[in-house]
Write a protein that binds this ligand. Structure first.
Ligand code: HEM
Length: 223
């Protein structure tokens, strides 16, 4: 059918078409050979010339495909959501907050007894003395952060005392910085416990308060 159609329209058959195509290709290759000879002076044997042309085509294709592949993978990689496992790993590697990281150079905890009255000496007003903060009766040495807990520091309100209730309430009010946290709801007790844990991992424990108010005296500071 196709042969008939072709013969009718162009007065030729498919054999003719094939031959014409071959001729055109040969002519093109002949011209390319001539151009090569003219520009470089090389006259290559036919098979060497064919190989060279094939190599040229492969290299051209690679030059297009490789950058396109890199571009595609870079785009898709940045958009692919991380698996839960990957996200957890990333979260572990990265610091979660702007807070100071836990320390691995802490000394073994001490159990020296302090009264609330004695604790007041260590509020940072005397530069020759350390600064202590008590949380749920556990006394931490925060002298390392004198600028934070010393006079004028953001958290000086907690220095030289047990201000557990204020920590649980996330309050910097003087009237909240008291040891009796017994009235706090569970959510705020959890906040307080988190602070205890935070300080335990960052500051040396130098003792414990022995005269906490009765409402909290017998509650464990352990989490
Ligand atoms: C706008 C409100 C607040 C901001 C922007 C803020 C910011 C900060 C920052 C940046 C730190 C890290 C400081 C450092 O590592 O030196 C920090 C630590 C801390 N914040 Fe706050 N804070 C705020 C409110 C509070 C409140 C209401 C409390 C009361 C409980 C509080 C208690 C603390 C404590 C105890 C630390 C630990 C300091 C340490 O490293 O020993 N903060 N805060």
């Amino acid at each position: 059918m196709l042969r008939k159609y072709c013969a009718l329209i162009r007065n030729c058959d498919l054999g003719d078409l094939g031959k014409r195509k071959e001729k055109i290709t040969e002519r093109k290759e002949g011209l390319a050979e001539k151009a090569l000879k003219r520009r470089t002076g090389w006259s290559l044997p036919r098979h060497a010339f064919d190989t060279l042309m094939t190599l040229y085509q492969i290299v051209t294709a690679l030059l297009l495909v490789v950058p396109a592949y890199y571009f595609y993978t870079t785009l898709t990689r940045s958009k692919t959501p991380l698996s839960t496992e990957q996200s957890e790993k990333k979260a572990e590697e990265e610091p979660k907050t702007i807070m100071q990281p836990p320390r691995d150079d802490l000394e073994p905890p001490k159990d020296d007894p302090f009264t609330l009255e004695q604790l007041r000496e260590f509020d940072g007003s005397d530069p020759s003395k350390p600064i202590y903060v008590s949380i749920k009766g556990t006394v931490f040495d925060v002298s390392r952060k004198r600028e934070t807990y010393g006079p004028g520091g953001s958290y000086n309100i907690f220095a030289g005392k047990d201000g557990s209730k204020g920590l649980g309430l996330s309050s910097l009010k003087a009237e909240d910085a008291i040891p009796d946290y017994s009235t706090l709801p569970d959510t705020e007790k959890t906040v307080l416990n988190d602070w205890h844990s935070f300080f335990t991992k960052r500051y040396n424990i130098v003792g414990r308060v022995i005269d906490l108010p009765p409402a909290v005296a017998n509650l464990s500071s352990n989490l």
